[in-house]
Design a binder for this molecule. Sequence first.
Ligand code: BGC
Length: 255
Amino acid sequence: MTAQSSPAIGFGIDIGGSGIKGAPVDLTTGEFTEKRVRIPTPDPSTPKAVAATVAQLVGQFDLPSTTPIGLTFPAPIKHGVVPFIANLDKSWKGVDVPALMSEALGRPVSGVNDADAAGVAEAVFGAAKGVPGVVLLTTLGTGIGSALIVDGTLVPNTELGHLEIDGDDAEHRASDAARGAEDLSWKDWAERLQRFYDTVEMLFSPDLLVVGGGVSKKHEKFLPLLTTTAPIVPAQLRNTAGIVGAAYLAAHGHS
Ligand code: BGC
């Protein structure tokens, strides 16, 4: 993927379990052109409530009608529609996210899985820029997200956080939320991550593993404890990756 031939500015929105964040993005550099705005995710996080919050967020910016808008969502998005959802209100199942949000904003909005957006951002602007072959990005947060990028092209909705490992959903044992909930030491958490990355390496033989999510700020605490065949590196865009990837994909015709 390249950053060429895109409009100058796009707007990205990142819908998460605790916050909904948005910012305009310079599509040639991948940097925010204005300060990011964050509004807490409504509880319950129903489609109607989240759409109203997204409209409130976008209303805080003076966006030309030509600015492409993209959003990330913490579930797979298959041709717009959410087939299942782990970490937001269950009523999202079956909802067409771009259609709902386009109606709420009165203009076209594209939608993409949060980890897929982060993977695209890293492939265009960050740790996976120009890397040939198979790149696997994982985000470690409330859940575990994954993005598979092959020679710069995204294979969407891989959902590796829901691999069943040792009889359990991988993200139940190895997400950053599990580390917090069970008060795991870095060493104990790294043992669980090792099981996860051993499994994904066995299945995908990646050339590069990129680790994102908020905890990637503290990568020196746990990445050195892991042994992987492929190099494993922290994401470069950290928490901005979702917003940047969503804006980039919206500008490149993703629906
Ligand atoms: C969801 C994924 C998402 C990940 C991170 C998982 O529970 O199924 O779609 O990418 O959490 O938010």
